[in-house]
Write a protein that binds this ligand. Structure first.
Ligand code: HEC
Ligand code: HEC
Length: 260
């Protein structure tokens, strides 16, 4: 299936040089029967589902919600920032995979923006957070993120932020987790889609692959976020309903998987 996906990417390349970027903007493919699970909501959403769904909106709202990617830079994105285009509209682009903005992971490097994190907003009133996201400088319109969806991301901000500080060393990326437990959980959950070695799905290229091992070593906070919330637009499970330590153990094991 991965090989087929690679072949169709090549086919698209032949048709139009813009196709791969469009594919990336659209997100991973899945069967239409799963549209409701991937982009929609259950009739009676639980708090657990809402937190994870909000986490996916934080990651990439248009892929999570199946909207058109926004055009141009977000008006609040600093002119000196190194990123441009749609990605500057992702919450994570300004506030970080550790939710700590300039005071954490994004204190320097390519994704530095000088913008503060969202940790201080944990516990804040949902209505207040939603109002903040509709107003300047955020300016998310209901066409982009509808009210019910905005409430999900507010729930994530207020009640769903995981604190990875006790587990991930922000300087070295070392993870304090039980790799033996992580192996057991990985083999029995993740492997069915990602393969036993995490290389069945490749979101990079042939030369520069993006496997579980690649990403867990390069961006452990991001992988923890994906395990806890799932990948926006992908038919993937999440471990939001289980203790955070389970996700940390999987992350620790993922770091031992091949990076290429
Ligand atoms: C282009 C950059 C950018 C993006 C994208 C962005 N924000 Fe912000 N955010 C800011 C800025 C700037 C502030 C104001 C910081 C300040 O008060 O100095 C802010 C403040 C916040 C705060 C308040 C933090 C506090 O301590 O009071 C929250 C919560 C927040 N943003 C959540 C989000 C969410 C959720 C999204 C995505 C739906 C998002 N932001 C997208 C730039 C951004
Ligand atoms: C039911 C299938 C399925 C299961 C189970 C699953 N995933 Fe995924 N996962 C996917 C798909 C599909 C993608 C999207 C890949 C792409 O973008 O091409 C994905 C993406 C990811 C990504 C991020 C890719 C990116 O672009 O950043 C990570 C990290 C990841 N999965 C980790 C895990 C881990 C760890 C587990 C086990 C807890 C897991 N997945 C379980 C299907 C699954």
């Amino acid at each position: 299936m991965h090989r087929l996906a690679a072949m169709s990417t090549i086919a698209l390349l032949l048709v139009s040089p813009e196709a791969p970027a469009q594919q990336a903007a659209k997100g991973p493919e899945h069967s239409r029967a799963l549209d409701d699970v991937v982009h929609g909501a259950p009739p009676r959403p639980t708090e657990t589902w809402l937190r994870a769904a909000g986490g996916r909106i934080y990651d990439n709202w248009w892929q999570a919600l199946d909207r058109k990617p926004p055009r141009g830079n977000h008006p609040a994105y600093p002119t000196g920032g190194k990123r441009s285009g749609a990605t500057t509209w992702r919450c994570v682009e300004c506030h970080g995979w550790d939710y700590n903005g300039k005071d954490g992971l994004y204190g320097g490097g390519e994704r530095h923006t000088g913008i503060k994190g969202i940790r201080a907003a944990a516990g804040r009133d949902l209505g207040q957070i939603m109002a903040l996201l509709r107003a300047a400088p955020h300016g998310y319109t209901p066409d982009m993120i509808a009210d019910a969806e905005l409430e999900r991301v507010a729930i994530f901000v207020s009640r769903g932020q995981d604190d990875a500080d006790p587990y991930i060393d922000i300087r070295s990326g070392a993870v304090k987790g039980d790799t033996a437990r992580g192996a057991a959980l990985f083999q029995t959950t993740c492997a069915v889609c990602h393969g036993f070695d995490g290389r069945l799905l490749n979101w990079g290229t042939e030369q520069d692959p993006g496997f579980i091992g690649t990403e867990a070593n390069a961006f452990p906070h991001e992988v923890l976020h994906k395990i806890r919330n799932s990948h926006p637009g992908a038919a993937m499970i999440n471990l939001r309903g289980f203790p955070l330590e389970d996700a940390v153990d999987i992350l620790a094991y993922a770091k031992t998987l091949p990076t290429r």
